[in-house]
Ligand binder design. Structure first.
Ligand code: FAD
Ligand code: NAD
Length: 477
């Protein structure tokens, strides 16, 4: 017989990815009773099918590519990767797709867990269908926060439904290396996964609609990554995509929009993300299933009255990144606590209860070879913003630390200076090893450090971070 139970909490969180977990931790720390609802694994996409497995796969690939440019070491890493060991490492870093540690952690912070699919059932109410077929009806005294994340968005390519295409999930969890892999898309997932599978032994062909990779970043970033992928053997085709696909005798046949044809063993669709809101009961509170949830800077959904409904992380489309979602979660959890206690909300820019950095200082690293690291505005965004911006470029290969890092180092740095405020508005680095440089740029942008003071922040010699000095010297002439 199916059971139905009813429970009331101060706060209900739907989705226990990295973001939902952090919202729940913060509301509980604020003294509010909190329950979290999860239908798959605690830790979400990031832990099991995105950040963790993808970076575990990329680390040996990038480390080998770096080592191959170090004199005296290159001969030791001339051979192929140990595919079995790389995949085993990936499995370990994905906790073997088990969430026991996360369950223990949730327990340690005194947040209750209900496993099952959660749906809104009118204001402040959530109904959970458990795997056993039972129903748990939850009511929130103060807030419901949705952190249900995103799934791969699949384009309407004729024949796709019969091909069983890879999405980011298969690309990060496969234990088989396809001999030939077609990757559709030229964004972050596409370039990272093309890097991995080419290095593991696939012949990768990328189909990219645009005329360059990583179109949301500075053009030189996409150009350097294009060169890196081509050197690794990836066949990149710009200005084309899949017009139709089919599978025959195990092979995928891809007809291209430019009239050509390709045959492969698998096809990966890396064509963006869609919010997980289509089966969330949004219609019961006057919203449209399948839509992104629009929020204010304190994460209240703007189209819902009475301020009880929050959306945090990927699902609000502000920044589809784990670290930025967790930043949002810290703020959302704290502001829910403050409002529940009737405390003053500090929502002035850079205040405790607003995510100002979402608008001005979002850092991102693309873990390819070379890496790309960016924060703040790009040149295109600066032009659109109408601000008075000066663009300062520096060739990273001229920095002493780059000579030490690798033979024939290639890279580029760009700093955007806000001329009215005399601060840094954006930075992009592209080159091997630049990922760990990024936080220096994030501090400069989020901290609005005056250029005159930045001049006194002396980079150590001989590190790649000496590029800061060179950028400032270039700016000052
Ligand atoms: C291949 C790939 C690599 C990436 N690499 C990086 C990276 O290196 N660095 C980075 O910062 N970001 C990376 N990202 C982005 C990152 O994965 C996301 O930004 C992050 O996972 C968002 O966290 P979230 O908690 O909002 O959503 P998710 O991680 O998607 O978690 C949402 C959770 O909600 C659950 N859920 C959904 N609907 C319901 C429901 N109705 N009821 C109950 N539970 C529900 C899901 O099961 C899931 O557990 C990557 C993404 C991809 C695809
Ligand atoms: N290292 C990281 O930080 C990291 C890694 C992976 C993913 N992510 C996050 O995940 C998000 C999703 O990444 P993504 O690469 O899937 O999306 P994306 O938006 O970055 O790129 C999508 C690509 O698919 C192409 N595309 C879209 N529709 C298409 C169609 N119909 N036919 C052919 N091509 C089409 C686009 O032109 C684009 O090149 C990113 O926004 C990123 O923030 C981050």
């Amino acid at each position: 017989m199916m059971n139905e139970t009813t429970r009331t909490y101060d706060v209900i969180v739907i989705g226990a990815g990295p973001v939902g977990e952090n919202v729940a931790e913060r509301t509980r720390a604020a003294g509010l009773s909190t329950v979290i609802v999860e239908r798959e694994l605690l830790g979400g996409e990031c832990s099991f099918w995105a950040c963790d497995p993808s970076k575990a796969l990329l680390r040996p690939v990038v480390a080998r590519a770096d080592a191959r440019r170090v004199p005296g070491l290159s001969h030791a890493v001339a051979g192929p990767l140990d595919v079995e060991a790389v995949l085993a490492h990936r499995d370990k870093m994905s906790s073997y797709w088990k969430d026991d540690d996360q369950v223990d952690w949730l327990d340690s912070v005194s947040v209750d867990l209900v496993r099952g699919h959660g749906r809104l059932d009118g204001p402040r109410k959530v109904s959970v269908q458990t795997p056993e077929g039972d129903t748990v009806r939850l009511t929130a005294r103060y807030a419901v926060a949705v952190s249900t994340g995103t799934s791969a968005a699949l384009p309407g390519i004729p024949g796709l439904e019969n091909v069983r295409p890879w999405t980011s999930r298969e690309a990060t969890s496969s234990d088989r290396v396809p001999a030939r892999l077609v990757v559709v898309g030229g964004g972050v997932v596409a370039v990272e996964m093309a890097t991995v599978w080419q290095a593991l032994g696939s012949q990768v062909t990328m189909l990219v609609l645009e005329d360059g990779l990583l179109q949301r970043m500075e053009p030189f970033a996409g150009e350097l990554v294009t060169d890196g992928l081509r050197e690794a053997g990836v066949d990149i085709r710009f200005g084309t995509s899949a017009a139709s696909v089919g599978r025959e005798n195990g092979e995928v046949r891809v007809s291209l929009t430019d009239g050509g044809e390709l045959v492969a063993d698998e096809i990966l669709l890396a064509t963006g993300r869609a919010p997980r809101t289509w089966d969330l009961g949004l219609e019961t509170i006057g919203l449209t299933p399948g839509d992104w949830l629009k929020v204010d800077d304190t994460f209240r959904v703007t189209d819902v009255a009475d301020g009880w409904f929050y959306a945090v992380g990927d699902v609000n489309q502000r920044a589809l990144l784990t670290h930025q979602g967790k930043y949002q979660a810290r703020i959302a959890g704290t502001v829910i606590g403050a409002r529940a206690k009737g405390e003053q909300v500090d929502d002035a820019p850079w205040g405790t209860h607003v995510a100002t950095a979402d608008r001005t200082a979002v850092p991102q690293v693309v873990f390819t070879h070379p890496e790309v690291a960016s924060v703040g505005l790009t040149t295109r965004e600066a032009e659109q913003s109408g601000r008075r911006i000066k663009v300062v470029d520096y060739d990273l290969s001229h920095v002493a630390g780059a000579h030490q890092y690798a033979d024939g180092y290639r890279g580029q740095a760009r700093m955007l200076i806000d001329l009215d405020r005399d601060t840094v508005a954006g930075v992009t680095f592209a080159g091997p090893g630049v990922g760990e440089l990024l936080h220096s740029a994030t501090i400069a942008v989020a901290g609005e450090v005056p250029i005159d003071r930045l001049w006194h922040a002396v980079p150590a010699f001989p590190t790649i971070s000496e590029v800061w000095l060179r950028l400032l010297e270039t700016h000052r002439g």
